[in-house]
Design a binder for this molecule. Structure first.
Ligand code: ADP
Ligand code: MG
Length: 575
């Protein structure tokens, strides 16, 4: 918790102002009962009307000043807390943006979302409450006791009994609730996870008739969260009635014992009234202190979760003095590269070496799980290699600035991802400066111009979030067009042609060939037809290169390639 408060530093002046204002408003509140006692005991008793007026006027001014201090203090505290939350959110966001995929895998998307939203809100609320109470609660408690003793020392023993009982009881209640607060946050994570999975997999859920099953799954985490929250609130609900009861009992005690002294003339009535008010103020302060004791640990759980994210040292960072290849052409070289994912028993790729020259097309083919996407992930440096090295234009990718490395690449991922916004907005994603003509050309090469023209508004047609209002094949073509619009030196197509029909696939490839005479093209594909005219075909099997060469060479030399070709030919013959 304390560590996270360092992000409050830019607001130090505002925080100080808020605390000072709360301090001032406490002083005002503390002085009012004493003035009232003066009016009653000295003014009314002696019939001194001017004194009543003077003191009354002063009370009015002090009360007004107190209210103003309180309001502005609250205003400053709110500004600070909201600004604090905002800067925390942007810190977490930019830290997460710099995560490698391995680090993202570690936290999980849902938990990262909860941490950026709900957890930060918790901490932000506490930052607000702390500013309002941290100065006020001790001030009111100590000041209240001092004032009560000054007005009526004879009744002080009442406070001596009541305050410890109250503090102990509240802390006892809070201790039972605290562990539950911590578990609430992880339960919110689970709720988000189930919700997310259900939404992103809605088609599968429906197709497999698992709607009921998913409902049950959701109900379980939902009920779990509800039960815990209810339990916490049931425990915490005791505090308020208990405090009210104690306050009233205290008042009764003071009136009971103080009343006799008033009768005997030992205590004046105004002082008795003031004492009752001070007792109330003190107890209120005790409540505030307890609330701080409850809220801080609660926010602590959230603060820890936020710190976990902020503490990650991104594994993939730019080197201190990045090397820039001179005259970059886009030559790619893998030298004995091996890599395994965290938690996987087997490495995903082993000893992979190949060179992809500018102006040529390299195809990678192999069964699912053979490591094809992994090769592209490593080349784009989403992960770092375990062994060996990847060189782009002769420079190790780890020695380059990530931006330099990736700005030369146009990647169309296996699952095409589009963003909400217009088609043009999506195509410009890779290059802001792309002209309308550039976009039109990219779309034409990607064979996307036809269906774009068919959409209402053409290029300015809106895509829904995740691009759900276009078909799978259309999505792929838009993703290809987006890579083309970037005009990169290295094209990476990860199974980007799989959802295209044979005719579109062939047309796209011949248009692409004309466009990419200078560039390095790496195509991952399942279909032999897509890659048979590539300059170099690499056959992967369980992470190893088992064949390399042209289509004809591989047919003659590589058994696995032969099998792939045979299986697909027979499949085509069968139809
Ligand atoms: P391909 O693209 O050829 O189908 P991948 O390169 O995606 O295969 O995967 C290679 C292997 O690595 C597979 O065994 C897969 O299960 C594993 N793998 C892929 N991504 C991850 C990941 N994020 N975490 C753990 N294992 C992974
Ligand atoms: Mg893949």
């Amino acid at each position: 918790m304390l560590r996270i408060l360092r992000y409050l530093k830019p607001y130090a002046a505002l925080v100080a102002a808020a605390l000072a204002l709360e301090f001032a408003s406490s002083m005002a509140e503390l002085s009012l009962p004493a003035m009232m006692a003066v009016i009653v005991d000295e003014g009314v008793a002696a019939g001194d009307v001017p004194l009543i007026w003077r003191t009354g006027g002063l009370m009015l001014i002090v009360a007004l000043a107190g209210v103003i201090a309180n309001l502005t203090g609250g205003f400053f505290a709110a500004r600070t807390a909201m600004g604090f939350g905002k800067s925390l959110r942007s810190k977490v966001f930019s830290r997460v943006s710099s995560f490698s995929l391995r680090e993202l895998d570690r936290f999980g998307t849902s938990s990262l979302i909860t941490r950026t939203t709900n957890d930060i809100t918790q901490v932000q609320q506490v930052a607000f409450m702390m500013q309002r109470m941290m100065a006020k609660a001790p001030m009111m408690a100590i000041g209240g006791i001092a004032m009560a003793l000054a007005t009526e020392p004879k009744l002080a023993w009442v406070l001596l009994i009541v305050i410890p009982i109250m503090a102990a009881a509240i802390l006892l209640i809070a201790r039972r609730g605290l562990p539950l607060f911590k578990s609430i946050q992880t339960k919110i994570d689970s709720l988000n996870r189930v919700m997310r999975e259900n939404l992103s997999g809605i088609r599968v859920v429906r197709a497999f008739d698992r709607v009921e099953h998913e409902k049950v799954r959701f109900d379980e985490v939902n009920a779990d969260l509800t039960a815990t929250t209810l339990k916490v609130n049931r425990i915490m609900a005791f505090i308020f009635p208990f405090v009210t009861l104690m306050m009233n009992l205290t008042t009764v005690m003071i009136v009971w014992f103080g009343g006799r002294d008033v009768e005997s003339g030992a205590i004046q009535i105004g002082s008795l009234m003031a004492f009752i008010q001070y007792a109330t103020q003190i107890m209120f302060a005790v409540v505030m202190v307890s609330v701080i004791f409850i809220m801080v640990p609660r926010a602590q759980a959230s603060a820890e979760r936020i710190n976990e994210v902020l503490d990650v040292d991104p594994e993939i960072v730019d080197p201190a003095s990045p090397v820039r290849p001179e005259a970059p052409k886009g030559r790619v070289e893998f030298r004995n590269v091996s890599f395994g994912y965290d938690g996987a028993a087997e490495p995903a790729i082993r000893n992979v070496s190949f060179v992809a020259e500018p102006g040529t097309t390299t195809a990678i083919i192999g069964g699912t799980g053979s490591g094809k996407s992994t090769i592209l992930n490593l080349l784009a440096r989403f992960y770092d290699v375990k062994d060996g090295a990847i060189l782009v234009d002769g420079v190790d990718v780890r020695d380059m600035a990530q931006e330099d490395l990736r700005s030369g690449m146009g990647l169309a991922t296996q699952r095409a991802v589009l963003f909400s916004g217009t088609i043009a907005h999506n195509l410009r994603f890779g290059r802001d400066g792309a002209s309308d003509d550039d976009l039109a050309r990219a779309a034409a090469i990607a064979q996307a111009d036809g269906f774009i023209a068919g959409k209402e508004g053409g290029m300015s047609a809106e895509l829904a979030q995740g691009g759900i209002n276009v078909s799978g094949g259309q999505k792929q073509r838009l993703a290809i067009a987006r890579a083309l619009a970037r005009e990169p030196r290295i094209y990476l197509f990860d199974d980007s042609f799989s959802a295209l029909d044979f005719k579109t696939d062939a047309r796209l490839r011949s248009a692409l060939r004309k466009e990419t005479t200078e560039a390095t093209v790496i195509i991952v594909a399942q279909r032999v037809g897509t890659i048979r005219d590539a300059d170099q075909i690499i056959v992967l099997d369980e992470g190893r290169i088992v064949g390399r060469g042209s289509h004809a060479e591989l047919l003659a030399s590589c058994g696995i390639y032969g099998e792939i070709v045979a299986s697909q030919l027979s499949a085509e013959e069968a139809v």
